[in-house]
Design a protein around this ligand. Structure first.
Ligand code: TYM
Length: 330
């Protein structure tokens, strides 16, 4: 049976990268698969969090998923810490994964930076918890942005190692689903950096709650080059900022980058940016508005999370029991 699992951290503003790289695909996949979508608060605390802000962000990110169109009645939406099996399976995977595998993880190197000794053990073990998220439900497909590809490879290594250690075929080898023209949305200020929640400049990203004025200002300020737009994607080589904006436009309009190039061939960025603003506002404004409405109704959001956690537990419990039995845990 095919099953989708994916997750998002409740660490501040959801942005266009989260939406185009992941959440929009989650919405589409719910038509074809059984989907489990998780707000990964245990991953969030691998870096220090203010408890009140974490609670608020968990609700806001959940509101974002619902506002984007995820139906919590036909899918499971919950926050990770409510299902203790994630942490239990992560511990078992900590005893399967090798230091050498974790040492290769680029996200840890980026996040820990020069202060490696000061990073939490949780940040280092982050990928084993992510493997546990996915395998606790025997998920077969994982829709993510490109930055999560390496973590998915590690998940497969862990699944394989567990299966071979305990002579079982319990775990499937989950496949990443990296979809669309914007699987890696870059910063609007620097085309070599990924758009991220942690960038110090708010002008680097479009947040899902930004209003039309904020979107217009950020697109207007987005870095470009002085050439007109090319007639084909070949003309984007070495033009990272231009390629990023065209990719964003393509993803929002459901067009390929080649189609967008054809549409704007020879135009200056000033013309293209006006169209991009209109398009971004038409897609994001209704979602932002609905997010705000849901954030004003925290009881509803909490009910979705507790109901989702109950249903997630039902799926996870027999799988975790099987894992414990295989591992000899009485
Ligand atoms: P997180 O919270 O950083 O991001 C959530 C999703 O958004 C995608 N994404 C992007 N896609 C395109 N361009 C960008 N600039 C961009 N920034 C973020 C991410 O690829 C991701 O799909 N480790 C995960 C959360 C996680 C998870 C899981 C995901 C925990 N357990 C199990 C899948 C399965 C993370 O930090 O995502």
């Amino acid at each position: 049976m095919n099953r989708i699992f994916s997750g998002v951290q409740p660490t501040g503003n959801l942005h266009l990268g989260n939406y185009l790289g992941a959440i929009r695909n989650w919405v589409r996949l719910q038509e074809q698969y059984d989907c489990i979508y998780c707000v990964v608060d245990l991953h969030a605390i691998t870096a220090p969090q203010d408890p009140d802000e974490l609670r608020a962000n968990t609700r806001e990110v959940t509101a974002g998923l619902l506002a984007a169109g995820i139906d919590p009645a036909n899918n499971i939406v919950f926050n990770q810490s409510r299902v203790s099996g994630h942490a239990e399976l992560a511990w078992i995977f900590n005893c399967v994964a090798r230091l050498g595998w974790l040492n290769r993880m680029t996200q840890f190197k980026e996040k820990a930076g020069k202060h490696r000794d000061n990073a939490t053990v949780g940040l280092y073990a982050y990928p084993t918890l992510m493997a546990a998220d996915i395998l606790l439900y025997k998920a077969t497909h994982v829709p993510v942005g490109e930055d999560q590809k390496q973590h998915l490879e590690l998940t497969r290594d862990i699944a394989q190692a567990f299966n071979s250690m305990f002579k079982t075929e319990l775990f499937p080898m989950p496949e990443p689903l990296i979809l669309g023209a914007a699987a890696r949305v870059m910063s609007l200020r620097d085309g070599s950096k990924k758009m991220s929640k942690s960038d110090g400049s708010d002008y680097s990203r479009i947040n899902m709650t930004d209003d039309a004025d904020a979107i217009a200002l950020k697109v207007r300020k987005a870095r470009t080059d002085s050439e007109p737009l090319p007639g084909s994607p070949d003309g984007l080589e070495g033009r990272t900022e231009a390629a990023n904006l065209l990719g964003i436009y393509g993803a929002l309009a459901d067009k390929t980058v080649a189609q967008v190039c054809e549409e704007f061939a020879g135009e200056p960025f000033s013309v293209f940016k006006l169209q991009l603003v209109d398009l971004a506002v038409s897609v994001l404004a209704p979602i932002g508005k609905e997010m705000k409405r849901l954030c004003d109704d925290p009881n509803y959001v909490d009910q979705v999370l507790s109901d989702g956690a109950e249903r997630a537990t039902e799926i996870a419990t027999p799988i975790l029991s099987e894992v414990k039995k295989l591992a000899g845990l009485l």
